[in-house]
Design a protein around this ligand. Structure first.
Ligand SMILES: [Zn+2]
Ligand SMILES: [Zn+2]
Length: 135
């Protein structure tokens, strides 16, 4: 059966296409953005330093900028999380770099020791043959 009925749909405020799923709404102005447009129009802030998802803040670029300038308390709180996340990532990058540098040094010593042991082993073996030859 075919019928015509009024159906409420959500339309993307940017490209005006009907949003079927995965749309994003700005927490401040309430404008809706489709999946494609949300990449360029929406800024997402995680609610936790190590976690994200439900509870994240979504702001359109305009609201994000205005709330930042107004030092909105909720925006400030989410910005702090974003800063800590960036700080953690930077710290981890620096930590990884220092680990690599430190490990390169121990590797050098280890290789040196291995070479020395191999050399000593060769020397011992040749010493054995020498002793056998003497007998
Ligand atoms: Zn769109
Ligand atoms: Zn907005």
């Amino acid at each position: 059966m075919k019928t015509t009925m009024n159906r409420e749909v959500t339309v993307c405020d940017s490209c005006k296409r009907v949003i079927e799923l995965c749309g994003t709404k700005c927490d401040e102005c309430g404008r809706d953005f489709c999946f494609e447009c949300s990449h360029s129009k929406i800024v997402i802030y995680s609610f936790g330093v190590h976690v994200g998802g439900y509870g994240d803040a979504h702001w359109c670029k305009e609201c994000d900028h205005r709330l930042h300038m107004d030092a909105d308390p909720r925006h400030v709180a989410y910005e702090m999380i974003q800063k800590l996340r960036a700080e953690g990532a930077a710290w981890h990058r620096d930590y990884s770099r220092r680990c690599e540098v430190a490990e390169a040094v121990t590797r050098t010593f280890h290789e040196e020791r291995e070479r020395a042991e191999k050399k000593a082993g060769e020397h011992l073996r040749s010493g054995d043959t020498g002793r056998h030859a003497a007998h």
